[in-house]
Design a protein. Structure first.
Length: 662
């Protein structure tokens, strides 16, 4: 599909075969139109991301993409060959740091996007086509392979396409040139947690060796080291971008590996919705404790070279403020573990100058400060080997020296009180019923917190004081320091809860509400919430325990559901038992009534029987008496008859036996 790539003389179509063989689909046409509409201006592209946060839009247009190279110390007047330039996410940044850039891209549509967003760059030419078909005679100080090496097998023929591709790339290097490679680590923590493989979309695909996929392959650290060494690139420096090289928020190196104090200062980021077995943040500290971080980092940035060089001034660490307003995006890098630099786009220079000015003002107030000097767009200070105050406090808490940690924070509080203002017009927000809610106030140096303070031999000294706002209570500074301490060190919550820690310094509910409101106002001034939103929407880590909270919430909901169901069943059983008890009682009552009735009936019957028996007995007795009477009467009659007969006999002079006489 022709999208007028021919309009730009910087685009070379000599090697283009008429087909865009690599693409994210028709959404790329939308991206081209977005770039055309905005003229490729970064600020306007950010406005696009406020409305459209589909992954390809973020990947190709987010300003965070350039973080993979904007910190790198390219040599002066360098020539750079960018292989696989995509839609120009980092091309403009390379142009700003080199005398000349050649960008090679398979797709004409993508080449058009590059040209549209680099219209102000005259040190760029774009070649469209397969690298293997392009004749390149020029030698380059750097060749960049940002998200390219893993696809070598899809455009390079042979039994070992990855080695063959690297050999070909090596041929474009100047004598002391370097290849800069960004690639995912197939053994990265996020893949062990169950995140989908970035290229195939299949869980555990890289870990299991891409059993069902051809044409794309990432590598573990040892595999990548062996691959580079096998083609003669024996001097390699590894960096470890988090959450990955696509949208870097922090970059470690072998000379500056993460500790449990800084390991979670990034948001995990996933290009597609996924269900994880655990959060990255929940395991990273144990990975660090076991010296496994370099092997399990999610991705690599590798500086590969044939020749050894003095690495005294190599960058060892970088952190980025991606979610701020563009004029406040001051990033930080440590160089050679010797000095620290804050840097950014040109629009950040004014902010860097303000930091330097704040440093001087605080020194004039006799507050111990590191020396920070602004020179040519960079704010530089000496690297400190002493531990920052937050590291000291966290270590105490982890070692169960909680009382020592409390004493140290109290000492810090007293230091702040000593800096408080003797006379102050208290802002209305800190007054209730015509009384001040707090005792001590100071100028709004809100960055005088633990993480911006070093502690050495009982002495506090500060650095990186970016902000000065209106007068605030001492407790607000303390609140900010404590909350940030817990935000990046979740495990200390198990030792001493945040709420309990705040209470120890009389920071309770009413004060917290005031401070939360004040913090929100300050962040509204500093942050770009459109960026915050799309970063958090793609992150399984939101606020404190990332996916653990998600799983815990799911578990809690399930438990609540089960508890509700158990309560319902209990109630249902209790109702049924009550109902049965009532039924049984009714039956028992019925039986008892029936028994009473039967008892009564039996009593009546017994009475009737007794009466019948009594009547019978009476009849028998009467009959016996009658018979007796009748018998007696018969005897009497007989006697009377005998007497009469005797009398008659006497009368007739008949002999009467003696025993007849009465």
């Amino acid at each position: 599909m022709d999208i007028n790539a021919e309009f730009d003389s910087r685009i070379n179509l000599e090697f283009y075969k008429g087909e865009d063989n690599y693409s994210d689909g028709e959404i790329e046409e939308e991206i081209v139109q977005y770039i055309r509409k905005t003229g490729g201006k970064a600020s306007l592209l950010e406005d696009i991301l406020a409305q459209d946060t589909r992954w390809p839009i973020i990947y190709h247009l987010s300003h965070i993409r350039k973080n993979i190279v904007n910190w790198y110390p390219f040599k002066k007047d360098a020539k750079i060959l960018e292989v696989g330039a995509g839609m120009g996410a980092i091309t403009g940044t390379l142009c700003e740091r080199a005398s000349h850039v050649t960008a090679i891209e398979l797709s004409k549509r993508r080449a058009t996007a590059i040209a549209l967003r680099t219209q102000d760059k005259n040190n760029l030419n774009i070649i469209v086509g397969n690298l293997n078909d392009i004749n390149i005679e020029e030698k380059y100080d750097y060749v960049t392979l940002i998200g390219v090496l893993e696809y070598a097998a899809s455009f390079t023929e042979g039994e070992d396409p990855y080695s063959d591709f690297l050999k070909k790339i090596s041929g474009f290097l100047a004598e002391d040139g370097k290849i800069l490679i960004s690639i995912e680590n197939r053994m990265g923590i996020k893949y062990w947690s169950g995140a989908r493989e970035d290229h195939t979309g299949i869980e555990y695909d890289g870990i299991t060796g891409y059993l069902n996929n051809k044409g794309v392959e990432t590598f573990g650290k040892t595999e990548l080291e062996n691959l580079l060494q096998n083609v003669g690139l024996v001097h390699n420096r590894f960096y470890y971008p988090l959450p990955d090289y696509k949208l870097p928020q922090i970059i470690f190196s072998d000379d500056y590996l993460p500790t449990i104090n800084n390991s979670k200062k990034y948001r995990p980021f996933y290009s597609s919705a996924t269900t994880l077995n655990f959060s990255e943040h929940s395991v990273i500290d144990n990975v660090i404790k076991n010296n496994m971080f370099a092997d399990m980092s999610n991705s690599f940035f590798v500086e590969a070279s044939f020749y050894k060089e003095d690495l005294q001034d190599a960058v060892t660490f970088v952190s980025f403020n991606n979610d701020r307003q563009s004029n406040f995006r001051a990033h930080t890098r440590i160089v050679g573990n010797s000095y620290v630099e804050k840097f950014g786009e040109h629009v950040v220079n004014s902010h860097l100058k303000n930091i330097a000015s704040n440093n001087k003002e605080l020194k004039n107030l006799n507050i111990p400060m590191l020396n920070e000097e602004y020179v040519e767009g960079v704010l530089r200070s000496e690297f400190q080997k002493n531990s920052s105050l937050d590291e000291v406090i966290v270590k105490m808490i982890f070692n169960n020296k909680i009382s020592d940690a409390i004493k140290l924070i109290e000492k810090f509080r007293m230091f702040l009180i000593n800096q408080s203002l003797s006379e102050v017009s208290i802002p209305k927000r800190f007054i209730k019923e015509e009384k001040s809610l707090f005792t001590h106030y100071m100028d709004g140096w809100i960055d005088m917190i633990f993480s911006n303070c070093f502690y050495d031999e009982s002495k506090f000294y500060f650095y990186d004081q970016e902000w000065k706002f209106d007068i605030v209570p001492i407790e607000f500074i303390l609140y900010r320091g404590i909350v940030q301490l817990y935000r990046f060190n979740h495990e200390i919550e198990k030792k001493l809860a945040l709420e309990e820690m705040l209470k120890k310094f009389n920071i309770e509910a009413e004060s917290i509400l005031i401070f939360e409101s004040l913090e929100k106002e300050l962040m509204n001034h500093i942050l770009n919430y459109d960026i915050v939103t799309y970063l958090e929407n793609q992150s399984e880590y939101i606020g404190s325990n990332e996916q653990e909270l998600h799983f815990q919430s799911q578990i809690n909901n399930i438990c609540i559901g089960y508890e509700s169901e158990i309560d319902r069943l209990h109630l249902e059983i209790e109702n049924k038992i009550t109902e049965k008890e009532e039924q049984i009682k009714s039956i028992v009552d019925g039986y008892e009534e029936e028994i009473k009735r039967l008892h009564k009936e039996m009593a009546i019957r017994l009475e009737e029987k007794e009466e019948q028996i009594q009547n019978i007995i009476s009849d028998y007795e009467n009959e016996i008496q009658r018979l007796k009477n009748e018998h007696n009467s018969g005897i009497q009659e007989l006697e009377n008859k005998h007497i009469k007969e005797i009398h008659n006999l006497k009368k007739d002079n008949v002999f009467i036996p003696r025993f007849w006489k009465r």
